[in-house]
Design a protein around this ligand. Structure first.
Ligand SMILES: [Zn+2]
Length: 512
């Protein structure tokens, strides 16, 4: 039996995916499956962006709003629930429309072997914690350097695939080795074999990317945060906090519902004994900054990963669909024609098993990968190449993964401007802040600071939005700042905080 139809809508937060999904569902007899991990949690509809009930026009929404705050939703549960819903919707003779969201959720639901499953029995990720030895746990919870070095020893080949600072993936790769006693690169090899022979799509899938140009989107996201807070979002954050403070130990803001954008950002204000307007203002600014960062990450995944994976389907002749179509939602006045009508035409062709419409509208062709990009993720590319000219802000060598990335780097603005600067050495600005006080989530004083780590004033936390983290260790982060953002940053940081004690080698502002 040929695989059944599934429509997938991806795009950043705040771009109108939900609205489009309702329009499509109404027209083509669809039901919606949520693939956004935060929308799994009960209530708090505003800060998790759940499409308002009264705007759903009777279209059923599945896999949503069903997880208690004290539970942690996880990927295998999503895969199971979403797969069951897809089947049920097909049995009703309707089309499932998956809207999201969280990229590894989509990978695991739609593509074969995209998520490395370490063990069939490993239903729950939490399980893994109980199956590791104390020593393994200690290494995994150790410094990023330790984790990377251990991985490089255990499986040098896979270590070449990851940047040493890509701590999350490095850690995951090492964890897999510990759990399976098998090198991670072996898992990859068997995946590569599969993917070189056949379509990796589990369903006959049509992908839509609802896209908006960054400057327009950023502005829209900022406005959206303001309106969210005014229309119930603030109350939701307070409700979450009321529950949060009853828990011992206090939950980790990197897990479960506590990761929702907005909560961590408001903690300094919520926990303050004398909350000030400036704290409140800086929480709002942090929430905006994190929303924009999240959107940026989502685009990076669609462009760099999903689009590339799907491009491979062309070589099999798209037996299971897999074309990614861009819909331009930059100009909301053109929504009807650019998003809805174009999307409808594409859907009709898809249902008729035709494809004559270009995947990207005029002017946005660059968003989709070229054949060059598709070659990039080969095993032969799993090697580190250092740039002779550019350095990281901690003065370590800049590492690129594979020839392709290196080539892209050579034509990047950063590399070219460093090249033009010639021998004049770039002077990055370093400063250390204590994010645990910004977020009040860590109970441990950061190791780089003399305990007790002192609070940073709220104005300074705004600076974080301007900077890029270059290294972090035990709750203490080093940020680097690009020159254009420097004047504003200096202004924010101009007043040193005398209560702050820094370890040797780090001053509040230190130039190297
Ligand atoms: Zn360079």
């Amino acid at each position: 039996m040929p695989p059944k139809n599934v429509i997938v809508i991806v795009g950043t937060t705040g771009v109108g995916k939900s609205q489009f999904s309702i329009e499509l569902a109404k027209r083509y007899n669809g039901e919606i499956i949520n693939a956004d991990s935060m929308q799994m949690y009960r209530d708090i509809p505003v800060i998790t962006n759940k499409h308002p009930l009264d705007e759903r026009e009777g279209i059923p929404h599945h896999v949503m709003n069903h997880t208690n705050w004290d539970e942690e939703y996880f990927i295998h549960r999503f895969e199971k629930e979403a797969r069951e819903k897809i089947q049920e919707i097909h049995e009703r003779g309707k089309i499932p429309i998956v809207v999201g969201g969280t990229h590894y959720y989509l990978n695991s639901l739609l593509l074969k072997d995209k998520t490395i499953k370490t063990n069939e029995n490993m239903e729950e990720e939490q399980d893994s914690a109980t199956r590791l030895t104390e020593q393994q746990k200690q290494i995994l919870n150790g410094s990023p350097d330790l984790v990377y070095d251990t991985l490089a020893k255990e499986d040098p080949k896979i270590a070449g695939k990851f940047h040493p600072n890509d701590t999350r993936r490095v850690k995951r790769a090492l964890e897999i080795i510990y759990l399976t006693n098998k090198k991670t690169s072996d898992h990859y090899s068997s995946q590569q074999e599969v993917s070189s022979q056949q379509s990796s799509l589990k369903f006959n899938t049509l992908f839509f990317w609802v896209y908006a140009d960054k400057p327009v989107l950023d502005k829209r996201l900022d406005t959206r945060v303001d309106s969210m807070l005014k229309t119930g979002g603030m109350q939701e954050i307070k409700d979450l906090y009321s529950h949060y403070k009853t828990l011992t130990p206090l939950p980790d803001c990197e897990r479960g519902v506590w990761q929702v954008i907005g909560f961590k950002e408001f903690l300094p204000w919520l926990t303050s004994s004398e909350p000030t307007d400036s704290q409140l203002h800086s929480s709002v600014e942090s929430m905006k900054a994190r929303t924009r960062q999240y959107a940026k990450k989502q685009i990076k995944w669609i462009k760099g990963s999903l689009a590339v994976d799907l491009q491979r389907e062309s070589k099999f002749g798209y037996p299971n669909g897999g074309r990614l179509y861009v819909l331009n939602a930059t100009d909301l006045e053109q929504w009807q024609s650019n998003v809805f009508e174009r999307g409808s035409e594409i859907t009709e062709e898809f249902l008729d098993d035709k494809s004559t419409i270009p995947q990207a509208p005029l002017g946005l062709e660059e968003l989709l990968p070229s054949t060059e990009d598709v070659k990039a993720d080969k095993e032969s590319e799993w090697k580190h190449i250092e740039c002779d000219i550019c350095r990281n802000s901690d003065d370590s060598k800049l590492i690129l993964i594979g020839e392709q990335q290196y080539k892209i780097h050579l034509s990047s603005k950063r590399h070219r401007s460093n090249l033009n600067r010639g021998k004049r050495k770039r002077e990055p600005l370093y400063f250390v802040i204590n994010p645990s006080r910004l977020t009040s989530v860590s109970n441990n004083p950061p190791p780089l600071m003399q305990p007790p780590g002192q609070a940073i004033t709220s104005t300074k936390s705004q600076a974080v939005g301007l900077a890029t983290t270059t290294a972090s260790s035990g709750g203490c982060s080093v940020f680097s700042v690009d020159l254009p953002a420097m004047p504003l940053l200096l202004l924010l940081l101009a007043i040193p905080d005398p209560t702050l004690t820094f370890p040797e080698g780090f001053n509040f502002l230190t130039r190297f």
